[in-house]
Design a protein around this ligand. Structure first.
Ligand SMILES: O=C[C@H](O)[C@H](O)[C@H](O)COP(=O)(O)O
Length: 229
């Protein structure tokens, strides 16, 4: 991607983030996503907090928690929070039916907990993330290390081609101390069926198919915000 394309994509991410942040109300507990688009939203929220907006937040990753705290946003313990008013997160792919692939940044497990606790889970994206069918982006799968070989084998049985995530010649380790397998299932005709099948695998902590968790996707396309809900 050229610099102009990237600037354009960043402008779209910022516009979507700003639109979503407008939905946050005084007193809300806000779920903070992870990734470049969520980061735009967290920074916008930080500005509003500095101006007096009174919110508390839960974070979907250590890096999001650190960023939010640095902006003066109070962070609650996710494990002690029973309900989130609104969450704002990005996605790697989404369909008009609001099925998503998430986890490109490795935060899928905590993101899924945050989305599941949310009364209103909002996804913010640029226009490149919308697809007719999920699956061009591989499905991130978080695996407890001692179950790695077992889970890998089960993914193959589901006709997936797995690849352990390696960053800088090292196994990628999630905030929860686990590994990620990026699994290619080709274009996914029935994301719910695949999600259900993956959920049955012992040792698989979470996968990046987010089905039925999203209230709306706010996608920025040039100067327009398009809402899918
Ligand atoms: O684990 C990371 C998350 O699921 C991100 O929300 C996703 O990868 C999209 O990230 P970005 O906004 O950087 O494209």
């Amino acid at each position: 991607m050229g610099i102009t394309d990237q600037n354009h994509q960043n402008a779209e991410k910022l516009a979507a983030a700003k639109a979503a942040v407008k939905l946050v109300k005084n007193g809300d507990i806000v779920g903070l996503g992870t990734g470049t688009t969520a980061t735009f939203a967290i920074k916008e929220l930080g500005k509003l907090v500095a101006e007096g907006l009174n919110i508390k937040a839960v974070a979907s990753s250590i890096r999001t928690e650190e960023l939010a705290k640095s902006l003066g946003i109070e962070i609650l313990d996710l494990g002690k929070t029973s309900s989130v008013d609104i969450s704002i997160d990005g996605a790697d792919e989404f369909t008009e039916g609001l099925d998503l692939i998430k986890g490109g940044g490795g935060a899928l497990f905590r993101e899924k907990i945050v989305a599941s606790l949310s009364k209103q889970a909002i996804i913010v994206t640029d226009s490149s993330k919308k697809v007719k069918k999920l699956g061009l982006f591989t499905v991130p799968i978080e695996v407890i290390p001692l179950a790695y070989q077992y889970v890998f084998g089960q993914i193959v049985k589901l006709n997936g081609k797995g690849k352990k995530r390696i960053i800088d010649n090292h196994d990628y380790i999630t905030d929860n101390g686990n590994l990620i397998i990026d699994a290619d299932f080709g274009l996914i005709n029935d994301p719910k069926a695949l999600s259900d099948a993956l959920n049955k695998i012992d040792g698989l902590l979470a996968h990046g198919l987010f089905i039925g968790l999203t209230a709306q996707v706010m996608m920025s396309d040039r100067s327009e915000i398009i809402i899918f809900k």
